[in-house]
Design a binder for this molecule. Structure first.
Ligand SMILES: [Zn+2]
Length: 499
């Protein structure tokens, strides 16, 4: 058969098999862990079906190089992150579990008599299904299935998890089960510490540490996840309620909701929001995550002569936290803008960009401490050149004036081009907390750099969920690793003593 016909058309089947080997397993099924990983492209399905696999079904293949005899593949619902599952999607996910159980039931009983079925958290992580809901559906569906299949040949079900937070979810959910009534299934937790694969021992962690240790040059590429790790989380309703309660009446839930909003009830309301937002950023406390990063990077990659420093920061964060924690202005590029500046909404001229500090100072004394608004007759400042509105100088639409940030972008490009001039130099991109909201600016750019340099630039990607996911083709070529989890913990493990 033609080779392409023998490959699954749904990438997630590969992911699931991959997750299977990176496990937190009880000792009695430890021997399921494979000794080697064979990419899917080297195995064959018996008969290509000629169409995409439907969600909720299950397919069985041999385990090949895995130490499990079979692999059951299922396609779960895929969602955009942050969305709430519909009833249909929840049902589809339950169908996945039922189909896998049924497929396992139909497989022959092994000589040992133990038929162990290991589930990963289907549809979670990069596929976007919220972990807590997915965990509830998984546990409930499996229990209900067994209640209807009392004579099942499946002897053990393992919920294999990828992260510590998922482990907590499953532990909590399973703890709620009554299992001493003689009817419910027994529940066995992995022993504390002993069988939990610690993050810093994982192969990806070791690979990330090695890449950074061997690097001569470092590009620090940081997204919203990094500042969120200091508590400045743009998706947090709690943060918004705490710091900007006066603006909830407009229907805003979190800081992200404001970007690009054009229809404010009044100019004073719009301006009041900007000033409060800027004050929040200005007063954001120092955080050891940033200061540790500065210490670790300056110790390894800076020199007496700033011109030959061997690091560069490129961040989509407009909050200025790198500079606040010691990184020199000359080494930080912010292609998405910066809260330190305001701009003319019409971009009437390239330099219609203004330092925000005097505007904050002028407005701050007039803000009502309860409503956070300025008086209705407060004179809202306008562009001194054309009298148009002033807005935050951050990318949120076509109004954005990126002129002030282009020079740093040029310097950034010169930095890595210079680093690549000598074939002996090794360059690493340490990408932290870059999700999928605007992937072209940092995430895809970084992947392109790695591919175009044919691995002379390597990628170490760190973050929660999708923000820590590295494409398989880069990993297979040894060009990069993705490490998912808590950012401070991971940095502590791969960056050394400053953390
Ligand atoms: Zn103007």
């Amino acid at each position: 058969m033609p080779e392409h016909d023998s490959q699954p058309e749904h990438r997630c089947t590969v992911l699931y098999a991959f997750f299977l080997m990176r496990s937190t397993l009880p000792s009695n099924i430890r021997d399921l862990r494979p000794v080697t990983w064979t990419p899917w492209t080297t195995v064959e399905l018996k008969s290509p079906q000629g169409c995409l696999e439907a969600e909720g079904q299950a397919k069985v293949t041999p385990g090949y190089n895995l130490n499990s005899k079979y692999v059951i593949h299922t396609v779960g619902p895929q969602m955009s992150r942050g969305s709430v599952p519909t009833v249909e999607q929840a049902k589809m996910l339950a169908d996945c579990y039922r189909s896998c159980l049924q497929a396992a039931e139909e497989l022959p009983v092994p000589d040992s008599g133990r038929k162990v079925l290991v589930f990963c958290s289907i549809s979670t992580g990069i596929f976007g299904f919220p972990s807590a809901e997915a965990c509830s559906i998984a546990v409930r569906t499996v229990l209900v299935w067994f209640s209807h299949h009392r004579d099942s040949t499946i002897t053990d079900v393992v919920f294999d998890v990828f992260s510590e937070s998922d482990l907590d979810l499953y532990r909590h959910r399973l703890s709620e089960l009554s299992y001493d009534d003689g009817k419910s299934p027994g529940v066995v937790f992995p022993a504390e510490e002993q069988h939990i694969v610690k993050l810093y021992e994982s192969p990806t962690m070791q690979a990330g540490r090695t890449i950074i240790r061997e690097a001569d040059y470092l590009i620090l590429s940081a997204g919203a996840g990094l500042s969120a790790s200091t508590g400045l989380d743009y998706t947090s309703a709690e943060l918004f309620s705490q710091h900007l309660p006066g603006f909830k009446k407009y229907g805003f839930r979190c800081l992200y909701d404001i970007f690009g909003v054009q229809s404010w009830p009044s100019e004073q309301a719009r301006w009041s929001y900007f000033i409060n937002h800027l004050i929040l950023i200005r007063n954001w406390p120092q955080h050891e995550l940033y200061s540790n990063l500065w210490q670790a990077i300056s110790a390894r990659f800076s020199s007496r002569d700033a011109d030959i420093d061997r690091y560069f920061v490129r961040t989509s964060n407009a909050d200025g936290l790198f500079i606040r924690h010691g990184f020199p202005v000359s080494r930080v590029s912010t292609p998405q803008g910066h809260y330190a500046q305001l701009q003319c909404i019409r971009k009437c001229r390239k330099n219609a960009v203004f330092d925000a500090a005097p505007y904050i100072a002028a407005a701050e004394p007039h803000l009502d401490p309860i409503t956070q608004h300025m008086p209705a007759d407060f004179p809202v400042p306008v562009c001194p050149y054309c009298n148009s509105d002033l807005v935050l100088c951050v990318r949120g639409g076509s109004y954005f004036n990126d002129h002030p940030f282009r020079q740093k972008e040029r310097e950034y490009r010169e930095f890595y081009e210079r680093a690549l001039e000598s074939s002996a130099n090794k360059v690493v991109i340490l990408e932290i907390g870059v999700g999928l909201s605007t992937p072209s600016v940092l995430r895809w750019h970084n992947e392109d750099l790695v591919e175009e340099s044919e691995g002379r630039i390597k990628l170490v990607r760190v973050g929660r969920d999708a923000a820590g996911f590295c494409p398989f083709d880069l990993m297979e070529q040894g060009y990069g690793v993705g490490i998912q989890g808590d950012i401070p913990d991971i940095l502590a493990a791969i960056m050394g003593s400053s953390f």
